[in-house]
Design a binder for this molecule. Sequence first.
Ligand code: NAD
Length: 292
Amino acid sequence: ARPAVAWIGLGIMGSPMSENLIKAGYSVTGFTLEQDKLDRLAAAGGTAATSIAEAVKDADVIVTMVPASPHVEAIAYGPDGILENAKSGALLVDMSSITPQTSVDLAKAAKDKGIRVLDAPVSGGEAGAVEAVLSIMVGGEQADFDAAKPLLDALGKTIVLCGPHGSGQTVKAANQLIVAVNIQACAEAVVFLEKSGVDLKAALDVLNGGLAGSTVLTRKKDNFLNRDFKPGFRIDLHHKDMGIVTDAARNVGAALPVGAVVAQLVASLRTQGDGGLDHSALLRAVERLSGA
Ligand code: NAD
């Protein structure tokens, strides 16, 4: 029989991911803060719980997909949290993007309760979640990775154990650095092309066929063309991730000269009230700098 799954955090990513598990035949009991998301889980064939404790008490595997380190700490620790209420022997797969140190600390605290942990953040965005083609970067023990692999196969396509606890988060931090710099480069090109009077759609199509092509350009082309900044991946979350990669890189003495500038531009979008927009809204920062 497939393991019983508890899913905590049914947001933009967690909802479609948990539904993919249900489609693959898993029984999923979920908990999240929004009632409409709990209703959506029930409509998809899952079970809506009224607390974390209720969701996790009979689970063999617990998946968490919440915004940031403080949320993971809030749901893991404390009397109502995962560690107090999960069965000994359960496997906790945290798919949130958080600091590597939070993942290391969580694995250590869980071990005392007989709970095994993997950090397993993802890349591929909402579309990757819906289509079950995410890249999943995992940190932890080989045996736990092997145990989780069939379940992860129902969520993603490229699933790699990167090293010990925290390694998945370190790789995800690098992912976010690359994505932000790539979006920024595309945004600068878009403003340059428009100010030059070139047909933007034609330009982006031909650029995407050459060395300038990228997943970012493919996925975000319509956002740029239509100035459609509905998230997707919110600026607030990318701001969090630029903080993670900046700190982690400083800790190991790696320079991020371009990443640091892009981190500032992401931060400036938040102070201008654009934190809830998709990260393709970096275009707005370039437009403001260009007087557009
Ligand atoms: P989201 O804000 O849409 O969803 C987060 C969910 O967590 C919400 O449903 C909220 O109810 C739940 N939550 C928060 N605190 C909780 C608590 N105490 N108890 C129970 N539930 C709680 O965020 P998202 O876009 O789904 O992102 C989730 C994580 O995945 C983030 O770490 C993000 O960086 C990462 N991520 C997002 C994307 C994307 O494209 N959106 C892509 C890759 C990775």
